[in-house]
Ligand binder design. Structure first.
Ligand SMILES: *Cc1c(COP(=O)(O)O)cnc(C)c1O
Length: 426
């Protein structure tokens, strides 16, 4: 049971007692700015920046030789990064690789596993996931000559916030071939019971892939227990690898013999790759799902920042993340609910990810006012203010200040100064 107090002195005391407080200095904190958007685009770190500059220097010095130096480290860079990422999700080192972006990795996963038959041809999804996942599913179905209206099975959210695992499992009928679900819902921060859902899918002979975009780097996963078929994620949210950083891809080792849905020369066995044979012979691990040449500059920051994650460890990160988000909910209950704010995420530790989903009918204009107060929030239609105090770099005192600002904006009706017209990104 956590106990919190409402005073600023209490926030300061929490920071003094925070075992991760020193790690904050490894991040490029902007003086005076309260950054609450690390679940959308994680903050730059000194480690990430140095790793990137280092690769630029090596390119300058070695030219094409960069592929060969340091025992071909950069030619095998996906292996280096895959091994590090695997530790965050308790996967085997060769079950993880990095490539392209999340959306393409969903296409890669589905095109590898989705071979519809007359009897089994549906893909099961939900209706509150981030939409790119759905766009990918629909287009993969069309590529097979089928109609998404018939081949997509949608599990509906009853409250527009959360999904019911029992309803998902009930939806696993004999016509379902594949399931794609988010581990943590991007709006409500609900964490699904991945082990239960995966087990139910496998008992029914269904392939299941998980989207970890909103969980990796905030929630530790144990893939040695969950044993999903495949998983995808971006590395630029909690993992802070930079805007548009290369994405993650996991494939369970029991599928290494399967033919990659999207093949390319970088997926060929290293031993024969440069023989440039016409017949594709893929590496029998996750790297066999590579396609083209790797973008080193989108990878280097990930190497730098992953060293921080491995140094601190996911358990310590999760412990602080749960505590600091609980603190934010405590202050919200004390000061914000009476001003029309509502907490939209599940309350139980086992059912929530790394952000707090604060709802308010004026959420959009409140977010604009927050920016004027040097707070960086994240608005999601229609009424959600996503606030992510990040374990590695957010202080308790920042959370305290954030809640004061949120209260003032509504109490003083400051949001009325802003237009409701939407701008392009946030
Ligand atoms: C952020 C996010 C993505 C991002 O996809 P990209 O292809 O990397 O732009 C995809 N799916 C979910 C669930 C996300 O939260």
């Amino acid at each position: 049971m956590r106990t919190f107090e409402t005073t600023q002195a209490f926030a300061k005391k929490k920071d003094e007692q925070d075992p991760l407080a020193a790690i904050r200095n490894r991040f490029c904190i902007q003086e005076g700015v309260i950054y609450m958007d690390g679940n959308s685009l994680g903050m730059c770190s000194v480690d990430a920046k140095e790793a990137l500059y280092d690769v630029i220097d090596k390119w300058e010095k070695h030219g094409i030789g960069i592929w060969d130096i340091e025992n071909s480290k950069y030619f095998m860079y996906q292996n280096v990064l895959g091994e590090k990422l695997a530790q965050l999700i308790q996967a085997k080192p060769d079950e993880v690789t990095v490539m392209t972006n999340t959306t393409i990795n969903i296409h890669q996963g589905i095109s590898t596993f989705y071979h519809p038959t007359k009897e089994r041809y549906k893909i099961l999804v939900d209706d509150i996931n981030f939409p790119t996942d759905r766009y990918a599913v629909d287009s993969q179905i069309r590529l097979k000559g089928l109609d998404p209206d018939e081949a997509v099975k949608i599990i509906h959210s009853q409250d527009e916030r959360t999904l019911d695992e029992a309803a998902i499992i009930e939806g696993m009928t004999e016509d379902v071939a594949l399931i794609l679900l988010p581990a943590v819902l991007y709006r409500s921060a609900q964490l699904l019971d991945m082990e239960r859902v995966t087990k139910a899918a496998h008992e029914r002979g269904i392939i299941i892939g998980w989207d970890l975009c909103h969980s990796i780097g905030a929630v530790p996963h144990d893939f040695s227990k969950i044993q999903p078929d495949f998983a995808v994620w971006c590395n630029y949210k909690y993992l802070s690898a930079g805007p548009g950083a290369i994405a993650g891809f996991y494939i369970n080792e029991r599928h290494f013999e399967k033919e990659p849905g999207l093949a390319g020369w970088q997926g060929n066995k290293n031993a024969t790759q440069f023989k440039l044979l016409q017949a594709f012979d893929h590496e029998l691990n996750a790297h066999g799902w590579q396609t083209g040449t790797q973008p080193l500059f989108s990878m280097a920051p990930l190497e730098g920042v992953l060293n921080i994650f491995l140094e601190v460890g996911m358990e310590a990160i999760r412990t602080k993340s749960l505590d600091i988000t609980a603190y934010l909910m405590f202050l919200a209950d004390e000061h914000l609910t009476k001003l029309g704010y509502e907490i939209g995420n599940p309350r139980e530790d086992s059912r929530r990810g790394g952000h707090v989903s604060l709802e308010h009918p004026e959420a959009y204009r409140i977010c604009k006012a927050l920016k004027n107060h040097q707070v960086v929030p994240d608005f999601r239609e229609p009424n959600v203010i996503r606030l992510a105090p990040i374990a590695l770099y957010t202080s308790y005192e920042e959370v305290y200040q954030l809640v004061e600002i949120l209260a003032d904006i509504v109490r003083n009706k400051e949001y009325l100064d802003y237009s409701e017209e939407r701008t392009l990104v946030v």
